[in-house]
Design a protein around this ligand. Sequence first.
Ligand code: AMP
Length: 281
Amino acid sequence: MEIIKGIPEMQQRAHATRREGISIGLVPTMGFLHEGHLSLIRAARQDCDQVVVSIFVNPLQFGPHDDFAKYPRNLDRDAQMVESAGGDILFVPEASQMYSEDHQSWVAVKGLDENLCGLFRPGHFQGVTTVVCKLFNLVKPDIAYFGQKDYQQLIIIKKMVHDLNMDIHIKGLPIVREKDGLAMSSRNIYLGKEERKAALCLYRSICRAQQMRREGVVRASVIIAEIQKIMHNEPMIRPEYVQICDPENLEALEIIEDKALLAMAVYLGETRLIDNCILSS
Ligand code: AMP
């Protein structure tokens, strides 16, 4: 596996690769990898001739009070993991190269970013779409891989690709969980022992919601109230939002007719965790 740090090097390599007719799969990440990331890399390995994994902690998608400075980083460990999962190129650009001082251009998907996490993290998704667009231009993938763990991000990126006629296929892959159900996240490392236990209340909420849906509950407010009760019983949890919405346009649903997205964000101390699932009967 090769590590590329320079932007011109990455761009030249991608250009040459595409000219040879070799297919490129891209897995964009912020590093501190876990099995969730590796599932994306393995899927890319199966589909594509060349697998590029990017690691870039993107300052544009962090708010002033977010954890940009302390976001966990371990390049040596990540490089080993990427190699063992079948990555060919690890692209690790510098922030100063990605955004020059006179950087003025943004990519924004308006509308889909006005609900769920977008409500609480102003500018976050614009930071995401801007960096993903740049990574697409640099790596020139045929297919790019994203996790359903960041469901809103996945929907927004699909919309960006569609609206801007980007010639890239977006694949969304299922959430990878720990044995006890906690969704894997680089931020789980922040959790103390008691917080880690309390975090399971997210998965408990998902299981309960799925059960209610299977039992025929269709009123979103009834399921949300039940989840709020579960969270209320866990004093360490500070819920940010619990919402049930349409899985395509992310608009809040009152009555669940077919499929619905249950999405949640909570704080445990300073750590913000998200989780979601598609509810179906
Ligand atoms: P991140 O490094 O957190 O920006 O995540 C990079 C990619 O990995 C995103 O597409 C995430 O949705 C995906 N990802 C993160 N955690 C998981 C998980 N537990 N299961 C599946 N995909 C994940």
